[in-house]
Design a protein around this ligand. Sequence first.
Ligand code: ADP
Ligand code: MG
Length: 388
Amino acid sequence: MNEILIKKTTDFFQKKFNSVADKVILSPGRINIIGEHIDYNDGYVLPAAIDKIICFAFEKNNTTTANISAIDLDESVVIDVTKDTELSDAVWTNYLRGVLLQLKLKGFEVGGFNCSFSSNIPTGSGLSSSAALECGFLYGINEMFNLGIKPIDMALMGQKAEHWVGVNCGIMDQFSSVMGLENKVIKIDCRTLDYTYHDANFVNYSLILFDSNVKHSLFTSEYNVRRIECTEGLGILKANFPEINSFRDCTEEQVVSLKSKMTDKVYRRSLYAVKEIKRVILACAALDKGDIATLGKLMFETHDGLSKDYEVSCEELDYLVDLAKAEEVVIGSRLMGGGFGGCTITLVKKGSEEAIKEKFTKLYKEKFNIDLKIYDVKVSNGTSIYIN
Ligand code: ADP
Ligand code: MG
């Protein structure tokens, strides 16, 4: 499937710019097995890059302008790389402008170039097409102009670009897009950026993403509110327990003991963060032992916390997880990504995949009159240069 995308992108480039692209970059989306909404809470996450990608074609053009075409949107933009860039109404260009701004802030000088890109990562479904966009774009510029930026720094610059666009995200999305490896999940310590790879071995279960096909507009505003609520919760914890620096140092009991000093919302957000950080550690141990029953149970618990305590779920996602819970052949399921829509990540017993897909599709349509979308994903390599 990705070969078709690569051909489409390079053919477009050739037609548009009358020249053969000399750098082709592949930048993946990501899944997250567990550890949701804690990348910005000093927690651990367990993501992996997947075989859904944005493909970029690049070539230097010896001018000072970047000519960029978003093939899927049938839109193009021209940016003067010597000028300070500002946010634009064409939202997709902002992720790229954000990257150019980061380069400028870090003192890198780049010249003009031509670029076209196209994607098979669904957007806004929680697979982080935005991180793939930032990281693939930066990777290509780094290659063209020999800037020598290290992969980790590309992830950090991608994250800053996304902040500039207006989403105050943690490091997980960009990190997994850049650092992913085939058949490996990455446990990332979001405080230190230490990371370890673990085998993505789900034994006799398959990973399936069920896309609710909804995106409630609450997403960005509530995301930023959660960050504020967590900061408030942590502030209260720190004030009462001097040994605490972050949610990682807290016990559930400590949070519970301060219930009366917090608003109900701040209390529940804090409790979720502390519990979820512990769940990632348990999930890693379970994965290493091939104990998928424990991993699945933890995923269901995460969903429960995201829905009731962190309040970032929605009716459609809760319904999909409830359907999963009722099936013996489904061992775990939860909403993945920021919430308020997007996908659930679900572990289905091998051999039962098609029957479950059919059943969920039918029931979901009956309940919401919405077509469920389904993605089979393979754990794959991070952002890389394509050499054919
Ligand atoms: P997610 O990262 O979960 O997919 P976001 O809302 O963070 O969702 O990012 C999606 C945005 O990224 C899109 O609205 C668009 O601006 C940009 N984007 C992603 N993929 C493409 C693409 N193929 N072409 C143009 N813009 C894209
Ligand atoms: Mg995104």
